[in-house]
Design a protein around this ligand. Structure first.
Ligand SMILES: [Zn+2]
Length: 468
């Protein structure tokens, strides 16, 4: 039975499933987002309407206030007239016998003014009531606008949260697709090779299916332990022009366990670095895997590895191998570009290392209200209490501080003093970061990023330069 074949078909099923899932998510999201947009524009329109209504009410209130002023003036005028008008007048009358006599009667003019005054007073009351009721209406409009705005705000927040989820989901899907493509690419190279089926349950794959990510992780281990072993059998005759990292690893004079681990890490490593490593693999050389120490020899353009020690490296199997490969890559690329030094040093990694070191010391001084000497001591303690995750920070900050900052992983006391201080620090940082990325040691990279964010960012920029 061909395991590779079975897995290729499983992978293409998963790829289809993920693509369908992506399409489905996109289509329902589009519906949902359209609905949300509709609701938001309805609310906006409602708010506009209420605002224009409020505008009209304001105008009416202004008009009524003018009218009130006029009425009050009129009231004053009438009151003045009343004050100057006598309440009664003397009238001469003639009785039946023809005799004249004088009587006092109420002044009709006075009565007329009194009635006018009452009329104006009642108009004033009416206008005041109208103003009050318009003001009530205005208050209700404002309350309604505030309510609608708060609803719109909630919808808007949900929409932006939803967009975040959606983006994250798509990222996860893309990541899964790219991992699957990668696995498919590797498996395709061995598709005609018959191998004994491994015990699937030991890779976390059950026939009932344990879920997609379990499967994916299972496939990862499957490749790291079994695909590599069979590759060299077909490789030489079928792919004469194609020499990559797997061939380089295969060519090492080391135990199969060690080679399988290195190939396994490589298959799961950062895509960009894999492309670069594959491109330079032809020029890589390892003189020995039984060396007493690990180093890169620029004169020979080759690395020396202590495979047994590296197999038990506390920072992860292959830490030393990929560290020395990092030096080799850095140096070969530098030679090829004729820049006269390591590629990383030329592209200014040291400047970022220095920035990160100063930033870290400054921050510790501020946080602990202490001097630089104490800050170095505090930093040493942090590094020592994270002995393996500080693999990169320990060596680089030790070199940069003339051994004041002291950790678990360091070069000899005089190493960085020898020559080209900044070139050495750049290339050591470059090699160590490369190593931890190649073995996917996320914990170590996270710790490094906490203290050397600029260096890590610059590292990725430099790596991008390789591809140009
Ligand atoms: Zn080194």
């Amino acid at each position: 039975m061909s395991i590779a074949k079975a897995n290729i078909s499983d992978i293409s099923t998963f790829k289809t499933t993920i693509s369908r899932q992506n399409d489905y998510i996109l289509s329902i999201s589009q519906h949902f987002l359209n609905d949300v947009e509709d609701k938001l524009s309805l609310i906006a329109e409602e708010i506009r309407n209420i605002k224009s209504l409020s505008e009209n009410i304001h105008n009416n209130i202004a008009k009524l206030k003018n009218k009130l002023e006029t009425l009050k003036e009129e009231q004053q005028n009438i009151s003045n007239l009343i004050a100057s008008t006598p309440k009664t007048i003397k009238v001469t009358r003639t009785d039946s016998k023809g005799n004249s006599y004088v009587v006092e009667e109420t002044n009709p003019r006075y009565l007329e003014l009194l009635s006018k005054l009452n009329n104006v007073k009642s108009q004033i009351n009416d206008v005041k009531q109208s103003i009050d009721s318009y003001n009530d209406l205005l208050k209700k409009c404002q309350e309604q606008i505030a309510r609608l705005e708060s609803v719109a705000h909630v919808i808007y927040e949900s929409k932006s949260r939803y967009n975040d989820y959606l983006n994250r989901l798509q990222e996860i899907n893309e990541e899964a697709l790219s991992r699957l493509k990668n696995i498919e690419y590797i498996l395709n190279q061995y598709k005609d090779i018959k191998i004994e089926p491994p015990n699937l349950s030991s890779y976390g794959i059950s026939s009932s299916g344990k879920g997609f990510f379990d499967f994916l992780n299972g496939i990862g281990s499957l490749i790291s332990v079994s695909s590599f072993r069979i590759k060299s059998k077909v490789h030489k005759k079928e792919y004469d022009n194609f020499y990559d990292m797997y061939d380089f690893i295969d060519s090492l004079n080391a135990s199969s366990e060690y080679k399988e681990s290195l190939a396994g890490s490589f298959s799961l490593a950062n895509e960009t670095l894999k492309v670069i490593f594959n491109r330079y693999a032809k020029k890589f050389d390892c003189k020995s895997c039984q060396s007493s120490s690990n180093y890169y020899s620029p004169d020979e353009n080759a690395i020396y590895i202590n495979a047994v020690e590296d197999m038990n490296h506390p920072c992860g199997i292959g830490t030393s191998f990929y560290h020395e490969c990092g030096h080799m890559l850095d140096d070969i690329a530098g030679n090829e570009s004729k820049i006269g030094c390591a590629y990383s040093a030329f592209y200014g990694l040291f400047k970022e290392i220095l920035t990160d070191y100063r930033m870290t010391i400054d921050q510790i001084c501020r946080q602990n209200n202490c001097n630089v000497a104490s800050a170095k001591e505090i930093l040493s303690n942090i590094i020592i209490s994270n002995p393996y995750d500080s693999y990169i920070v320990s060596d680089i900050f030790n070199g940069l501080s003339n051994n004041d900052v002291d950790g678990y992983y360091e070069h000899d006391e005089d190493y960085y003093k020898k020559n080209h201080f900044n070139v050495l620090l750049s290339s050591e940082a470059f090699a160590s970061i490369t190593s931890q990325i190649m073995i996917s040691n996320q914990k170590s990279l996270n710790f490094t990023y906490q203290y050397m964010p600029n260096t890590i960012n610059k590292y990725y920029q430099i790596v991008d330069e390789f591809l140009k």
